[in-house]
Write a protein that binds this ligand. Sequence first.
Ligand code: ADP
Length: 491
Amino acid sequence: MKRNRENNKDALEKNFKLMSISAIILLVLLGYIFFSNGQQVEGKSYYIGIIFLVVLLFIAYLGRFLRKKLIKKVPFSKFAKQMQDLTENKEDNQNSENMKELENIQAVESEIKFCDIAGISGAKDELLELVDFLNNPKKYTKFGVSLPKGVLLVGPPGVGKTLIARAVAGEASVPFFYQSGASFVHIYVGMGAKRVKELFLKARLSAPSIIFIDEIDAIGKERGVKANDEREATLNELLTQMDGFEGSSGVMVIAATNKIEMLDSALLRAGRFDRRVFIDLPNRFDREEILKLYLKKHKYDFDFEKLVSQSAGFNSAALATLINEALLNMIKRNAKIISSEDIETAKQKIEFGKREKMIFSKEQKELIAIYQASKACYTKKPLKLFDYSKDADIEYLSKTKLLSVLKGYLSGGVGISLLMGEEYAINSNDFKKAFELAKKLQREYNISISYREILPKLQKELTKELEKKLDVIKKYKEILLKNEELKEGDL
Ligand code: ADP
């Protein structure tokens, strides 16, 4: 708005100048005509001309004198005003959008220290080295060593990747710029790239600083698989920015992902994220440390060792939540000591609330141990009891159990044939599941069955078994028709 007023002022000034210069030139010309023609100038028109020019000159000077008031009073035509508002709004909107974007990129002072992180000692050691670099850069730069530009933290969710990055910033007392990969992915092409540029600019201005990009796979996915202009533009900008600054600039980029295999290889090349730190789900020792950390300020009376071994498969965040839930329960009971009952209630909440967090039973653990031990015996390579690199199965089932699962899927159809005397097209879903499972057992788990032959074979077996139990089927059918459900007591 202010700029437009300035423009109007300039235009008026120019017009007044033009008016006065033309009036002066014309007056000079008229004067010359009078002077050269002496008494021979006849007719009124010359005198009218002179008066007109003098008036014009007067108006020009008056206008110039009053220009400030005129700018405020001269109304725009409605259309001109609408046009002006439109462009102004557009500009303002765009500017405020950009400002908002920029405002979103703010550094935070991290209060987290390494003592707030339990376990994961390998990752801590690696990152402590970087903290030392940030605190004493001269110690390294005098030997020509520069700060690694990018550190990639690789590991499943909830193992402390963000926490450790914040601890690096906290220990080195440097600003921490947090951005999630998804926040770069905009609908409009170019917005993500712009944001990356701004992020690096801000970080450089407040160097030494740390940029943390969580879930970098959202922008760093392998290019070309499924073309996405916006993501590619953002990724290219990130690569350009990372190439564009020196290790000595004091900006360190830490990124986190749990899908390193999906990342574009350009990101992993030397000079970009060339440091990689793997953080696994906490092992027994880590879990012990983490639980101790969260129990540090509290009294408890439960079997600590049992909880440590039972919590295999939990991530660190879930352990923190477990203790938090137990504390909540303790408060509810008006008690001051965490009891085993509080832990059990908390475990129930976590186990049932979040299916992905699994707890292995004693038998399951024994199975895994035999499996892994046999592998180690043959390959002579070290391995862990729990291999979390790939999705672990929730339950490991024997062939007998799996065949009975298959029979479960087929039993409905077999019962119908027996009682109705012919086949019906009913519940295709169960059959589909049976078919898929049988295929998977043969192809993925190499269980000695032929998926084409197993289903008819199981159907025959089922027919023989259920033939003897027709009365039970009929009884259950009656209860279902009456109560619409079969309870445990009915079976
Ligand atoms: P990620 O970034 O790997 O998904 P976070 O760093 O966000 O995981 O962890 C979530 C929360 O879990 C943390 O805020 C903290 O409370 C807890 N946590 C995770 N790892 C640890 C750890 N090693 N020690 C203590 N607490 C942890």
